[in-house]
Write a protein that binds this ligand. Structure first.
Ligand code: COA
Length: 154
């Protein structure tokens, strides 16, 4: 099991983020916030990652969605949205992806993710399953969900 850490948002972290394919609007807006001194070493970021030495080799973004906005679970409940899970090419298939997903599961909330193409086998190994397709809601995405095990003391 690799050590998962919450990422502190600063210039160094954003430099590391550039190595990941899914670098986009969210990262650019964090860069803007840094430049305008709105954030600095923000430790409340939604990003978690794994370092190999001082190199960030895997990351994901995780945030809690309030049950009022839930469109995936029945009955509605708070859940975690997991996205931007990515392991750098030279470090794939060494358990980094699994460690991040297991870390997300440790919050014991249901999880929803939109998988990247061709990652189906990984997600099925992580015990994520498809939700019933809803054209209005999913708009071409194929969301996957995971339910925490029902605790035995109920
Ligand atoms: N195809 C089939 N099985 C895969 C897989 C893949 N692409 N990636 C991982 N697995 C399997 C592993 O073999 C392992 O199985 P095991 O427990 O039976 O040994 C299990 O899933 C966990 O693998 P792990 O080492 O934790 O995966 P990872 O660290 O490489 O993370 C991704 C998985 C998909 C998040 C990561 O590879 C990634 O970011 N890939 C980039 C792009 C992408 O989505 N590629 C998909 C393939 S083209």
């Amino acid at each position: 099991m690799h050590k998962v850490e919450r990422l502190v948002i600063n210039y160094k972290t954003l430099e590391e983020f550039k190595k990941f394919k899914e670098y986009g609007l969210q990262e650019l807006s964090m860069l803007e916030d840094l430049e305008e001194n709105i954030i600095e070493n923000d430790s409340e970021s939604p990003f978690y990652g794994i370092y190999f030495g001082d190199k960030l080799v895997a990351r994901m973004s995780l945030y809690k969605v309030d049950k009022k906005l839930d469109q995936y679970f029945e009955p509605k409940r708070d859940y975690l949205e997991l996205w931007k899970l990515e392991v750098l090419p030279d470090y794939q298939k060494e358990g980094y992806g699994r460690s991040l997903v297991e870390f997300a599961k440790s919050f014991e909330l249901p999880i929803k993710t939109n998988p990247r193409v061709k990652s189906a086998e990984f997600w099925s190994k992580m015990n994520f399953e498809p939700v019933k397709y809803d054209m209005e809601r999913d708009k071409g995405e194929n969301p996957l969900i995971w339910y925490p095990p029902v605790s035995s003391d109920h």
